[in-house]
Design a protein around this ligand. Sequence first.
Ligand code: MG
Length: 292
Amino acid sequence: MSKVRIIVNPISGKGRSRVLAEELATEVASCGLDVETVFTQAKGEAMEAAAETGEDYAAVCAVGGDGTMNEVLNGIADRDIPLAIMPAGLSNVVAVELGIPADACAVANAIAQENTIEIDLCIASGRYFIGMGGAGWDAHIVHSIAQSRKTPLGFPGYVLPIARSLVSYSFPNITVTLDGARVSEKAGMVIVDNVKQYGGPFKVTNRADFTDNLLDVYLVHRASHIEMLKLFAGVLWGDHTRHGNAKYLRGKKLELASRGQVPVHIDGEACGHLPKTFETTGKKKRVVVPKQ
Ligand SMILES: [Mg+2]
């Protein structure tokens, strides 16, 4: 009998992940599959739990936000086991992009019927991702939240660090090299995306295609905080790509470096500092997606 491992971040969605995981386990079992549920307690455990699965698994399902999804992806990235996602976090960028609902019945049926699509598998200095990454201001916010996060996070958990960083953050000089060509030496923040979604109502790289084996890159040159606010407001109605202070590019290999200590996030998780290289791998990852 085929098995399914469900890997749950129990603090995602203020405990909603537990409820969704229980519903999913029941639905998967009723489809005639063997279910194992693993609750994680610390960073890194979701990746380990995914990596321990054998080749006879029908899927490994991440129940949580993008961070949990990214860990599970890294546990099975180079193997032919489909990644399933049950969105239960505050931010579920990849699930939104692929149209995966927080619906146990739909996800369980898709796993049982092997409804998968192929998505470009990307890597950032050894860490796989299928969503997005960034260096600079947004990564700074992710890092400051990660340092203070002890409890489940709601929107208020984001508001204070964002407000604080608007006042205090000083933009670094990031050197940006795309497919061997130097495109900027004074970027203040860089967003690199496999998907259009960025989080909440925002679509920054609104022309991204997760099957074209290319990364979409949006970079903003150093600017005043007021200018940055205007730019982010522009993201809401989609005119940010024409802003004189910004560039929208596309390529296979993005190298970012800085003399300063510039934080990096990958799929919304704090992931060290520059330098980093973001690349497409030329490989695909199968992701379970319910039929719409
Ligand atoms: Mg692409």
